[in-house]
Write a protein that binds this ligand. Sequence first.
Ligand code: PHE
Length: 472
Amino acid sequence: MTEQRGNWTSSAGFILAATGSAIGLGNLWKFPFITWENNGGAFVLVYLVCIAAVGLPIMMAELLIGRKTQQSAVGALKEAVGPAWGLVGLWGVLCGFTLLSYYTVIAGWSLYFFAKTAGWMVGGFPTGTSLGQVFTEQSANGGLQIALSLGFSVATVSVVYFGVQKGIEKIARLFLPVLFVILALLFMVSFAMDGSREALTFIFRPSFNELDGGSVLEALGHAFFTLSLGMGAMITYGSYIARNQSVVKASGIIVLLDTVIALVATVIMFTVIFTAGMQDQVGDTGTVGMLFISLPQLFFAEGIVPGGAVLAPLFYVLVALAALTSTMSLLEVVTSYIIDEHGIERGKATLACGGVVFLFTILAALSFGGADFASNLSAPGRLGDLLFAGKTSWFGMADHFVSNWMLPTGGLAITVAVGWFMTREATESELVDETVPGWFNYNTWRFFIRYISPAAVAAIVVAVLFFGVDFS
Ligand code: PHE
């Protein structure tokens, strides 16, 4: 079975693929917006603490389960921890399935805005265009939404179809460097803009009186999302790591890159917004607003972004690439489960999984006014309230359920499994070898994974249950 599954060709290939999974819409779409909503500074600091104290140890935990067992989420947890833990793996597969089904819709928007901005680059930005209207019209157009999502799904399926080496690793090796270059270019341009100082101050100067308990939990919840933790993606990617490749070093690099990219993206976006003096309007456009409503027009406005007309389509290429390297990891979680546990061959498994997920993507695609049955739902009763917090679209419900319930509970189960149900010897032998970097201390890690991480994650679950905090 091991030969059939394949391995990453090199440590660098693996690190790029895992970093690609981590860097995604979470970095470019969610993080800047929640930083904005929580008034920057102090929130960013808390987020960084969550990444280091909870994200990094759990990243190592997931990768080590994968590398140790060389199996996808369900089989890995069964073998490393015990048969009943397969259920936690199954919960992860379900989470990957659900997340993929609606993530694809937002990814599809990046294709639309690429096409739109490329058109404006060539033909000029039509004066008087309302970007709010452009956005609402495209998202309410059911046929268009299905077509865009289908395009993105086909891309995802095509990558996963070719497997770990010829599909996922190859695309990550090709696209991640492109992504880094585009981001670096935008970053440099942003430094030449007037608003950059103001943006940096907003992001990095903490003022703690603006921080409440809800913000702390939101930072923690986002740490899971952005690092692709809590649902088996990193277990699955870890299962393709060869025995001589270090889990610890790789975890450090993945977490660092993901964090740097989130901060860089935020600096770029805030610089544009401050330069344009748009700070009062951003809040009104909701989560989707910053990336798809406020930004597109600013690239074309006079005197804000130097070379903006050319950078705009490039920016949406960046969003699409970041999303693709994440969707392929989500589909891989589901597909590798079918391959490993049900013995189905990769090609067939990928097409089947991609197809079934797409049926749910259609619901998500029609959630923005495209069809009434997807846009206007209600979950009755107290349980409905608790699970979906009054969300009224399929998309809203799915996103709420994944971010608030599935990732935190999955994450909690994984920390408990690794910290309390695996022996010290079992975890130590995976983490500590001759390649282990000097900054790593096994006992410290074990303390974090046994006490700090589960306590922090339990705090999220309690917050959701008793205080109704919403991370989606
Ligand atoms: N980490 C991805 C992002 O930030 C989302 C994701 C979560 C991808 C879980 C895979 C698994 O967009």
